[in-house]
Write a protein that binds this ligand. Structure first.
Ligand code: HEM
Ligand code: HEM
Length: 471
């Protein structure tokens, strides 16, 4: 009955496609990782590390991450507003455009067309497609919220709105460019201004696309999965407004020790450190929502994914501010420490919460219980262990690199050549590949379990708060 009232087909489609792009991202990630230990696997001109890396990051961040934003926002907005999506047609148009854009992105990046701005590599015709895509999405979500039948705006809706407005502003400002041919454009900004605008975009993309949306999901799926409301609505709102206020000043922490004016660097550093408070506001709210419910960590695999996800977010938002302090940045910047930080966020925080979201949706969208709770638990352990191996090996590698790069002989000359430091990295890069393969195995187990659930899962009888995460 609910499934007739709400548009669930669009949610299903976005889940399917983002899973596919997620799988591509992880496969290409493993290939890129192997290329670092075995350069002979670079196959010019298309399959070199330089081209595969942006394919990996774009498929991971935009195919998987943003795809899941579309899926879960469309699901949550309808339930939280107690109304069907404003326009089914617009949502379907968005689905086609989304997939067309991701395919065009993969093809153009493999062919070597790039604006060369990290996380914003796509050339201007694709920028135009993305703007249309996002405007369609924004109109649909905002109109649905405006026509809502539920007066209260739950915290997830606030995070969704922030993400929609935030991404739109960031993307438009950072996209300003002068096209010279169909696939080449030059930034409208020059020199340090360009760098500053770009990293204002870069870090706030982390905020508006990979912090606010997973938080919207976390605040929705955690109480739904435990059957207990969140600990404090007031704390969630205070953390929300302070997070939104503080994030926007932090972009220049990517540009410490560069020609960007000193005061901008100091401002970014100060706001980054202050960001611990609103980030941990949500982490603490999550932990306190588990009061009296911790036994569910043993019994309910959904809760395991959600709590591990928020724990990685908590660790990520302690490590991030540390990296934004000038003296620490001088040590770890340019080293493998940074990818380790990133993958704790992407494989740990964003992916864990998205996996939980999909598990939660399966019975509601397909009317089927998950096929095997054992497989869901196996999935959990594989992605957790894979991620930990990935990040720990590169944290150690990063500290070693930093130490070797700065080591000096008594006469002031460098102790190690750059090549010597590279050779020392091999065991860690191998460990990363192993961690990546374990993570990939977890994703495959997940996909098999989903297929089995669609076909052979027990028919589901849903009652009030969910119980289907339980073992
Ligand atoms: C309080 C929150 C956070 C702060 C203050 C922070 C801070 C930082 C800093 C200072 C860097 C630059 C490191 C360097 O190159 O020297 C960085 C890199 C990065 N962080 Fe975070 N971080 C935070 C949370 C997150 C989260 C939650 C995610 C992902 C979900 C994330 C993803 C990234 C990414 C993708 C980069 C790499 C940018 C690049 O390619 O250079 N961060 N972060
Ligand atoms: C099996 C899992 C994965 C493997 C093996 C993997 C591998 C890699 C490799 C080898 C790099 C290049 C690092 C470098 O330049 O030194 C990289 C970068 C990156 N990956 Fe992954 N990755 C995985 C999962 C993911 C996922 C799921 C996401 C996003 C949702 C993601 C997002 C990124 C980002 C944003 C970067 C840029 C890092 C930077 O700027 O330093 N990765 N990954």
């Amino acid at each position: 009955m609910q499934n007739q009232q709400y548009n669930t087909d669009i949610v299903k489609s976005f889940v399917h496609w983002s899973l596919l792009w997620g799988l591509v991202a992880v496969l290409v990630g493993v290939m890129a990782s192997i290329q670092m230990t075995n350069p002979e696997f670079n196959l010019p001109p298309y399959l070199t590390f330089g081209r595969l890396r942006p394919v990996h990051t774009n498929a991971g961040l935009y195919g998987w991450g943003v795809g899941m934003i579309f899926a879960t926002f469309f699901y949550m907005v309808q339930r939280l507003c107690k109304i069907r999506l404003w326009s089914d047609k617009l949502a379907t148009f968005q689905l086609y455009l989304f997939n067309a854009t991701i395919i065009a992105a993969a093809v153009t990046l493999l062919m070597g067309f790039t604006s060369s701005k990290e996380y914003h590599e796509l050339e201007w015709p694709l920028d135009v497609m993305i703007v249309v895509l996002w405007v369609a999405f924004a109109i649909n979500i905002i109109m649905t919220i405006m026509q809502r039948k539920e007066e209260q705006m739950y915290i997830s809706l606030w995070y969704m709105l922030a993400s929609i407005v935030g991404v739109a502003i960031l993307y438009l400002v950072d996209s300003a460019a002068v096209p010279v041919t169909l696939f080449k454009s030059y930034s409208a900004y020059a020199g340090t201004n360009d760098a500053n605008v770009h990293w204002w975009f870069g870090h706030n993309a982390v905020a508006m696309a990979f912090t606010a949306p997973p938080l919207a999901m976390f605040y929705y799926f955690l109480p739904k999965s435990t059957g207990v409301p969140i600990y404090s609505h007031r704390l969630s709102i205070i953390a929300f407004w302070s997070l939104i206020f503080m994030y926007l000043w932090t972009g220049a922490h990517h540009l410490l020790w560069t020609p960007v004016p000193d005061w901008i660097q100091t401002l970014a550093m100060a706001f980054s450190v202050m960001l611990i408070a609103p980030s941990w506001g949500s982490v603490i709210n999550g932990y306190l929502s588990m009061k009296g419910q911790w036994h569910q960590m043993r019994e309910n695999y959904l809760v395991k994914f959600l709590i591990l996800g928020i724990t990685f977010y908590g660790l990520q938002t302690l490590q991030g501010p540390m990296q934004a302090v000038r003296s620490f940045s001088a040590f770890i910047h340019y080293t493998d420490w940074v990818p380790a930080h990133i993958h704790m966020g992407t494989m740990g925080w964003v992916s864990m919460i998205s996996f939980a979201g999909i598990y939660y949706l399966v019975p509601r969208l397909y009317g089927r219980q998950i096929y095997s709770v054992q497989l869901a638990n196996l999935h959990f352990w594989l992605v957790l262990i894979g991620q930990l191996i990935w990040s720990f090996s590169l944290w150690i590698a990063g500290v070693m690199q930093a130490g070797m790069w700065t080591a000096m002989n008594p006469d002031g000359s460098l102790t190690y050549t750059f090549m010597e430091t590279m050779v020392e990295m091999y065991p860690f890069w191998w460990a990363r590949t192993i961690g990546g393969v374990i993570f990939l195995a977890g994703v495959l187990v997940f996909i098999i379990n989903l297929f089995k659930s669609f076909r052979n899962g027990e028919a589901v009888v849903l009652s009030g708060a969910t119980a289907e995460g339980r073992a």
